[in-house]
Design a protein around this ligand. Structure first.
Ligand SMILES: [Zn+2]
Length: 290
């Protein structure tokens, strides 16, 4: 495995909670897709013309063994992605885009079902799968959870951006939840546990209804940021990727995460940040410059 799994034992309200980070394979994108020089259409033209790809990056899935049950945050990629025909049902543009702008390397044993076996967690024991957004590298492991409750932000479902619904399992009918609670600086959130220590937070920009997941452990806060940015560095430097549904929303999400991180100790985990495993392991918090 290119990105070894990480496990940390914490407590929440005095009870044990285990957090695992497993990578369901690897992804590489155009260098100027990850770090854009422009915004919107000029950014898109810039990365399409770009001939250089980034190094391999992880596709993290977070598994939380919580006192109220096991939560799986995102489902990662599956190994069918290695076959270009995987995109046939999504049309020519999607096939061209997803096979020329991205590279994937996923083996069968890196898929989330195999990783759960490795963690001695039965799929039947998963209380809920929580999706941060509907992009394929976050939903392609859904096939392993046909009988599990799948939680999606209602707004993400109603106003998706860049999703490929033809790749959804035919049975996919998520539980849609409205994020209408204020939590700290975040206006659209919802508690996922009775103990109010697991919070789904709308952090839009990458998609309109993109979410992050916050675990408030006794030791620190684990902030699974999904695709808010590619790396912690990108947030600190306030750099943006080449694909956002809305740049003003992306900036607003950066501002809010930064404001929160100045007041609370958070370990910051973007889905494709290779260093996030080490930070989780060492509980290395996000430190901002100013
Ligand atoms: Zn995404």
């Amino acid at each position: 495995m290119m990105f070894p799994k990480q496990t940390i034992q914490l407590t929440t309200n005095g009870k044990p909670v285990k957090v695992h980070l497993v990578s369901t394979g690897a992804v590489s994108v155009k260098t100027k897709f990850r770090n854009a020089r422009y915004k919107s259409l000029p950014a898109m033209i810039d990365f399409i013309l770009d001939k250089t790809f980034t190094e391999w990056m992880p596709i993290w899935v977070m598994v939380i063994e919580h006192p109220e049950g096991v939560f799986v945050i995102d489902t990662g990629e599956n190994s069918d992605i290695n076959n270009p025909d995987y995109f046939n049902s999504s049309g020519m543009f999607a096939k061209w885009f997803d096979t020329t702008q991205f590279k994937f390397k996923v083996s069968r044993d890196e898929e989330i079902d195999q990783q759960l076996i490795d963690l001695s967690i039965a799929v039947a024991d998963v209380k809920a799968v929580v999706l941060t957004h509907l992009h394929l590298d976050h939903i392609d492991g859904l096939r392993h959870f046909p009988s599990t409750e799948i939680i999606v932000n209602k707004y993400e479902w109603e106003k998706p951006f860049g999703d490929l619904p033809k790749l959804y399992p035919s049975w996919f009918k998520p539980t849609l939840i409205e994020l209408n609670e204020q939590y700290d600086v975040f206006e659209h959130t919802q508690y996922l546990t009775k103990s109010k220590d697991l919070i789904l937070i709308q952090t839009p920009g990458h998609t309109y209804g993109h979410c992050s997941l916050l675990l408030k452990a006794d030791e620190c806060n684990i902030f699974f940021a999904a695709d808010v940015c590619y790396s912690q560095e990108q947030l600190i430097e306030e750099k943006y990727s080449g694909s956002n549904a809305s740049y003003p929303l992306a900036k607003d999400s950066y501002d809010k995460v930064q404001t929160y991180a100045k007041m609370q100790k958070i370990v910051f985990i973007p889905s494709h940040d290779a260093d996030a495993g080490r930070r989780l392991n060492e509980l290395d918090p996000l430190l901002l410059k100013k």
